[in-house]
Write a protein that binds this ligand. Sequence first.
Ligand code: FAD
Length: 508
Amino acid sequence: SCFIRLFVVVVVLLGSVTMHVSDPVLPSPPLEALRLEGKLSFDDAHLAAKDFGNRYRLLPAAVVHPASVSDVASTVRHVFRLGPSSKLTVAARGHGHSLRGQAQADGGIVVRMESLGGGTRVSHRGGQPYADASGGELWINVLEECLKHGLAPKSWTDYLHLTVGGTLSNAGISGQAFRHGPQISNVNQLEIVTGKGEVMNCSEEQNADLFHAALGGLGQFGIITRAQIALEPAPEMVRWIRVLYSDFASFTEDQEMLISAKETFDYIEGFVIINRTGLLNNWRSSFDPQDPARASQFDSDGKILFCLEMTKNFNRHEAESMSQVYIYQYSACMKLNIPEQTPDLWIDISVHVSEVKLRSKGLWEIPHPWLNLFVPRTRIKDFAEGVFGKILTDSNNGPILLYPLNRSKWDNRTSAVIPDEEIFYLVALLSSAPSHGSLERALKQNSEIVDFCNKAGIKMKQYLPYYTTREEWNGHYGDRWKTFGHRKRTYDPLAILAPGQRIFRKPL
Ligand code: FAD
């Protein structure tokens, strides 16, 4: 505990104004009575108090490294039996890629899900392939196991060093979501430890309410210990194409047309580039050398550009016909063809390669004041006009993703919250803040964007939501708040689970 205290002092001295640090809480004696196949530790609390956002440090009393689902169940049951007067809480921690302490438990118990083991098994039911994966498994490992069988998950995230339970507690979105829905629309069955410490299997047919509650449920109703994930044949090859626009309307019209077309790409995303110097020189493939004049129009300095990113899957025997993907049909200004890739984890490559580079420069473990919004289609133009080039005057601090999703691929019985229109856009402002000044600037921009939306009546919803008051959570869930609260009282009546989301407080 000396070490912990010293650590806290150091953190406080180094901390920025926005760092949230808790006092260490010594373990309550009954905790040591826990009998586990795995282990309970008190000396790695500082690691469980860190996350990707790097702005919150809430020290737990202890960390459980479960070796089995019964370890997870015993831990929760132990806390449940302490009753409503105990302040002890339990947070499952996936890969700790939350942004604002959502996987932390101030003075509580953190369950390190990656220790759970159990791996991934690939099977078939009714001719449909699925992966049965541990809730603490990284998606990259799930994918590698599936590829051994020539299969891959239908719906991914851009970055695969996230856990199955962590993304299923949010939604799990990427450029395949327009075809297959988010990851939470591609799960057949879950094994869950509820807030009472019971182990329950659930699916559309069995304990359906718990199944839907847990999907997108921000960890509020149970800890996902296993998930059955829908698979499809993995492509042998992938063609990756980027198309640049200077006009927002053409960019979004093309995106919407592409996600609605019958014959279309397999992955569609997009991003916004604001006032970036020499951006195009850094891209892996450059312009057609026969057309340098056209290339020079796309100098990125001082401009706002929009980039559509798509991929087409194919097998080797189709390679020839794929040499000209039907890109010319669209109102694109320019095409940038990147050579064919094998399907070897191509999406994750781009983010993970950046991670490795940033880590080597000490620029990964810095604050990440991200803001992720779902903006209804009918207001995306207003959003772009009010935000790009006005509130956001450059995109030098991180990517700005912007791509459409379709409500009909989401199941409104799950806990995920999306706008009330068939097409809505993910706008992801993925800033990094290497200095105190850049953090303050990004936070100010984020709140200006939210204020702008509120004043302009743009009914956006936050993805990976963060709120501090009951009223805000109530507003986030709208008419589903009642169901959300009812489910909480049913599955976690003492409000033990996922305290870092700050939705409910103990006792309920
Ligand atoms: P944690 O951050 O550890 O946990 C997240 C929440 O879920 C916490 O409240 C935790 O208590 C709870 N939880 C964790 N495990 C379980 C479990 N087994 N059962 C129940 N509750 C649990 N999201 C996308 O949708 N698409 C993307 O492309 C995408 N890319 C990302 C790239 C990066 C670099 C980062 C940092 C995040 C990205 N995310 C993306 C967001 C990601 O989905 C969330 O950060 C999510 O929290 C997953 O992270 P994790 O597994 O580390 O979970």
